[in-house]
Design a protein around this ligand. Structure first.
Ligand code: SF4
Length: 496
């Protein structure tokens, strides 16, 4: 076994497992979420060998092996390095992988293919030992400006493509933390694509400077971890931070107004374009987005997916930060066959299937902070609803075991926050939130506690009322609930 960098042991990596409620957890970084069928099958073998029966796709488009009961020997890591699945330097493997849109290079609407920039950034991080002291949560995303946007995913630094007079630039955005009204702040800088790597390196170097300062000087109530970028920005101000970055560059930064809309012709990012069949920019080819219930794949499903990608696609699979995956480069004549093969391995390709927009954190089987069995409850609810309701638009249902909301950082259509009712013999239940609104980060509160047993019929009534009363078939569930007061929604969904 390789030596563990013990100061990072709370965040999982590949070279060092993290002990969680249901066993040891290993995380394999997949830069941009794209991997070959060969790599996918090697991970399936690993899962079988170490008795985990499957893998989990994470909300950073990584793969996790959970419930590992024996140590993974160092020869395995060497094998993974050989096929490009492990950092050259173990000390930096704990850093977050670079997130990209899962449709990079195939999206007809994207402004720029981001795959080469993602690969350069990943190579740089994976080969620079001095980056090891960065917070394990330090994270970068590169968004090519297409239909499947990742700009709202939780990342410290976002490079977001825009077009000006047919020329492509990246806007630079920094994560200011959940408490800020504008969480991802546009810092008013435009970068040419070839400038992004140098800027990312300078951003990491400036961050490292502050990581060297004792944590208690930056975050008064925490003494045991590295400061996050937003905590540094809170202390030193964005302007000063960006100036320090600029001092390290070989070129001056190109300033613009952060408010200036530079891509008026860009389509709005579409919801759930990562699920179902969509034409690619490559004539005659399509990708199929596959809903993986709560991101969990059995190893036999992994091998079947690899077979489908080999036979009909281009030998690659693309993981998404919505814990799903897609297979690209499928000629039109095989789409029907691919869909039926996906169904035959108990997965789904239809965005309106409840599983497509269902999210849950690990829950009380794997996390001590969780009040409820979120994953188990989410799967039972999805089964119940799929047997009773046919949707025409996806509805995002998010189960979270505590306020931290690890699985989804954005608002949901329906958010369910685990809570135990002690007066009722520790029955597991949920606070129920709907749509937007300022009540809390989860939306407007509909009920402050409902037992899990009562939950499926309640959600079924909500969806039936939505289908019956929406203004038009294209009105989303979110828009529908936002039109009503909480009292009206309670009256509409009451079982009396
Ligand atoms: S949201 Fe809370 S309960 Fe769920 S995994 Fe994160 S810390 Fe644990």
């Amino acid at each position: 076994m390789l030596p563990l960098p013990c100061n990072f042991a709370k965040c999982p990596g590949l070279f060092y497992g993290t002990s969680v409620g249901d066993g040891v957890l290993y995380r394999i970084r997949i830069p941009g979420g794209i991997l070959t069928t060969k790599q996918f099958c090697v991970i399936a073998e690993l899962a079988d060998e170490f008795g985990t029966s499957g893998v989990h796709i994470t909300n950073r488009a990584n793969l996790q092996l959970r419930t590992v009961l024996t140590e993974i020997p160092s020869e395995i890591f060497l094998k993974l390095k050989e096929i490009g699945l492990a950092s050259a330097i173990p000390e930096v493997d704990h850093l977050r992988n670079i997130m990209g849109s899962p449709t990079a290079g195939i999206d007809p609407y994207e402004l720029i293919d981001t795959r080469s920039l993602i690969s350069e950034l990943d190579n740089y991080i994976g080969t620079h030992r001095e980056l090891a002291p960065l917070s394990p949560k330090f994270s970068i995303a590169v968004d090519g400006g297409g239909a499947v946007s990742i700009c709202d995913r939780s990342n410290d630094i976002i490079f977001n493509a825009v077009s000006i007079d047919t020329k492509i630039y990246f806007r630079l955005k920094l994560n200011m933390g959940e408490s800020h009204f504008e969480r991802f702040l546009d810092v008013g800088v435009l970068l040419e694509p070839e400038e992004c790597l140098e800027v990312a390196i300078a951003l990491m170097e400036v961050c490292l400077q502050y990581v060297g300062i004792k944590i208690e000087k930056i975050v008064s109530n925490r003494k045991s971890r590295k400061p996050r970028l937003f905590e540094v920005l809170d202390r030193v101000s964005v302007e000063k931070f960006v100036q320090e970055v600029e001092c390290r560059l070989s070129f001056p930064l190109r300033r613009i107004s952060p408010l200036q809309n530079l891509s008026p012709d860009r389509i709005n990012p579409l919801l759930y374009q990562h699920i179902d069949v969509h034409p690619q920019r490559q004539q005659g080819l399509s990708y199929v987005g596959i809903a993986v219930p709560l991101g969990k794949l059995e190893t036999w499903q992994m091998r079947s997916l690899a077979d489908i990608a080999q036979k009909y696609g281009s030998d690659t699979l693309r993981l998404t930060p919505w814990q799903n995956l897609l297979i690209s480069d499928i000629p039109q004549q095989y789409i029907h066959e691919v869909k039926s093969q996906i169904e035959s391995i108990r997965l789904h390709w239809d965005a309106t299937n409840i599983y497509s927009a269902l999210v849950a954190c690990v829950g009380n089987t794997g996390c001590a902070s969780s009040a409820t069995d979120t994953k188990g409850h989410a799967l039972s609810l999805a089964k119940y609803l799929n047997e009773r309701i046919a949707l025409e638009q996806a509805v995002n249902i998010h189960f979270t075991g505590c306020q931290k909301s690890c699985a989804q950082h954005t608002k949901s259509d329906i958010a369910l926050l685990g809570s135990i009712e002690e007066n009722k013999r520790n029955i597991e239940g949920y606070r129920v939130f709907l749509g937007d609104g300022d009540d809390s980060k989860f939306g407007r509160e509909l009920y402050n506690w409902i037992s899990f047993t009562e939950l499926p019929p309640l959600i079924e009534r909500m969806l039936q009322v939505y289908i019956a009363k929406r203004t038009a078939p294209d009105e989303s569930f979110r828009a529908f609930v936002n039109r009503y007061t909480i009292a009206d929604l309670q009256a509409l969904t009451s079982d009396q």
